[in-house]
Design a protein around this ligand. Structure first.
Ligand code: SF4
Ligand code: SF4
Length: 279
């Protein structure tokens, strides 16, 4: 079973939920697809770490062969090529490595070179295998890293929790596309309900089963809860606004590993997900 955890913005408790869901499985894989700012590893502190570089292909122009026809520049929809001072210039950081320019060049003047855009780190933390994607600063997209993270885990039958990037970008779409269930995390504010609406539209588009975990719950109004009620979104868990939880979390401790109360809370959430997926 693959569970993807999403939120409309960072700081809503997405990693808190992902890390603790992964921890309450008997055995699981936690995949941090939040490649621009991965922080699940700070909680797991995985051991026996192995690092793998992730490469993409970037075009290189052979100026001896280039006749300056500009076909490649016109072809590139990402504006990663420009014709400056009678020469084709490649802007590596916005190239999406589609390979089209090298195919279209009539003079075969474009070859490709490898470029490192980030890494994947794998390690073990008790019952959880931890896989972390990390995109180098300044790179345009982490999709190649997310693809590789999910591909490396493809044949692993162990339950998986995917900590998605925040928002509803193409990196989030890539992260959830093979998920069996999506967990949407929401805070009890108007802004929180707006963020919830973004990820709600996304999971509907992908036709995935999903439920909502309300974080930082306090007595009184909860616009995110109202949003769930008016859109028939099942609420599968409520995490209280608890200073003690905040302190444990900010110390980089996995709360389900130190608190029977929170361990039970996350087991109940997991149980609901498992029932929904097996229906
Ligand atoms: S398509 Fe090939 S020949 Fe034409 S400008 Fe680009 S690199 Fe040069
Ligand atoms: S590989 Fe694709 S994205 Fe990159 S420069 Fe060539 S056409 Fe543009």
């Amino acid at each position: 079973m693959k569970i993807a955890v999403l939120s409309g913005k960072g700081g809503t408790g997405k990693t808190l939920v992902s890390v603790n869901l992964a921890s309450v499985f008997e055995r699981s894989v936690y995949i941090d697809c939040d490649v621009e700012e991965p922080n699940g590893h700070l909680f797991f502190k995985p051991e026996d770490r192995v690092t793998k570089e992730i490469l993409v292909k970037i075009p290189v122009v052979d100026y001896d062969k280039c006749i300056g026809c500009r076909a490649c520049v016109e072809f590139c929809k990402f504006n990663a090529l420009a014709f400056i001072n009678q020469k084709v210039k490649v802007f590596d950081s916005i190239c999406h490595s589609c390979g089209g320019c090298s195919l279209i060049c009539p003079e075969h003047a474009i070859k490709e070179k490898d470029k490192v855009i980030g890494v994947i780190e794998s390690g073990q933390s008790n019952n959880v295998k931890v896989m972390t994607g990390r995109l180098n600063t300044g790179e345009e997209t982490g999709i190649p890293i997310i693809k590789e993270l999910l591909n490396l885990n493809k044949w692993d039958a162990v339950s998986t929790v995917i900590d998605c990037p925040p928002g509803s970008s193409c990196m989030v779409m890539e992260s959830i596309k093979d998920a069996d269930y999506c967990v949407l995390i929401a805070e009890p504010t108007l802004f929180g309900s707006h963020n919830l609406s973004m990820v709600y539209e996304l999971v509907k588009l992908f036709n995935k089963p999903f439920g909502c975990v309300l974080n930082k719950c306090i007595e009184g109004e909860n616009p995110s809860e109202d949003f769930c009620a008016s859109n028939n979104i099942p609420i599968i868990g409520r995490i209280p606004f608890d200073k003690n939880l905040g302190a444990i979390n900010s110390n980089g401790t996995i709360v389900t590993r130190v608190s029977a109360e929170y361990s039970d809370l996350f087991k109940v959430i997991l149980n609901k997900i498992e029932k929904e997926v097996s229906r």
